[in-house]
Design a protein around this ligand. Structure first.
Ligand SMILES: Nc1nc2c(ncn2[C@@H]2O[C@H](COP(=O)(O)OP(=O)(O)O)[C@@H](O)[C@H]2O)c(=O)[nH]1
Ligand SMILES: [Mg+2]
Length: 284
């Protein structure tokens, strides 16, 4: 089978190594995934990267996903991973209080053990990790908003990274850990391309836009047809013609239309969509 989306194993190994070094510095890990593709935006090797480390999973961008599936997926992932899963979105300011409370709860055992060993009391250290574009930086910004006090570099941390005090109990690494997108699974890679989590050089816009249309037609037929004013199964060409995105000599502008379709979906203009169903992965 031909590979439509390309990946480089060498890069992945290096990125994993760097991520692992950073993870060694923290007590609790905050993993951000994308609520529109809750299965594919999770990293299957995560347990190996931070074994036995408490993890809080934020299912982010729930303002763009299907509210009928947000809770269902959160429950499933919670059950599968044994980690607490929280639905979040950029503009929900209440998230922050819940996140900080959960981090403190998750580190209680570790702090108790430190105490028993006679070690110094110190704030819980945490960091945000996730695949590209899931909302890691936005999450960090939300957490540090009211607490600009940087606590300075620590041993083992490069100078470009700083610990930021979130409150008297939590310190956050101010740069996120980027999980390398393993693209050996073409179905997963396709989903990641839909939500702009894969570099644009790695794939062909027309292929990904066509696949997105197929997926939307499968799960959200009504919304898709009505958004583009069509009555039958859409493809890029039909949409180009319906929208009059035409080049000289009456040729439909396929390239531009493919890009617009992807943007329309990514901005939530067609609707609030979740592109994965638990039963596809044997969860129900
Ligand atoms: N609609 C929506 N957009 C978000 C949300 N979180 C992040 N974004 C946007 O998604 C893009 C990527 O976010 P960013 O935090 O840079 O992701 P990172 O690559 O994981 O650090 C930015 O344009 C953000 O404004 C969210 O919850 N909802
Ligand atoms: Mg970022």
């Amino acid at each position: 089978m031909s590979q439509h989306i390309h990946w480089y194993p060498g890069h992945i190994a290096k990125a994993e190594k760097e991520l692992k070094q950073k993870l060694n510095l923290v007590d609790v890990v905050i993993e951000v995934i994308d609520a529109r593709i809750p299965h594919s935006s999770r990293y299957k090797n995560i347990e190996k990267l931070c074994p036995n480390k408490p993890r809080l999973i934020l299912m982010n961008k729930t303002d763009l996903s299907d509210e009928n599936y947000n809770r269902i997926w959160a429950k499933i992932i919670q059950r599968e991973t044994g980690c607490k899963v929280l639905n979040t979105s950029l503009n929900n300011k209440n998230d922050i209080n819940i996140i900080t409370k959960l981090i403190t709860d998750l580190s209680a055992d570790i702090m108790q053990k430190r105490l028993e060993k006679g070690l110094l009391c110190r704030p819980t250290r945490t960091m945000v990790i996730g695949m590209p574009n899931t909302g890691k930086s936005s999450t960090i910004n939300k957490l540090v908003k009211k607490s600009k006090a940087k606590t300075g570099a620590k041993a083992g941390v490069t100078r470009t990274q700083q610990w930021v005090r979130i409150n008297d109990k939590i310190e956050l690494l101010d740069t996120p850990g980027i999980i390398p997108t393993v693209q050996d699974d073409q179905n997963q890679a396709k989903k990641l391309a839909f939500v702009n989590s894969i570099g644009e050089n790695a794939y062909d816009f027309e292929y990904v836009a066509e696949e997105l249309l197929n997926t939307l037609y499968k799960f959200y037929k009504e919304e898709l047809l009505s958004y583009y004013g069509l009555e039958e199964k859409p493809d890029i060409e039909k949409i180009a013609i319906a929208k009059k995105w035409i080049l000289k000599k009456e040729q439909p502008d396929i390239k531009r239309t493919a890009q617009i379709i992807l943007s329309n979906f990514r901005e939530g203009k067609i609707g609030k969509f979740t592109l994965e169903r638990p039963e596809e992965y044997g969860f129900i």
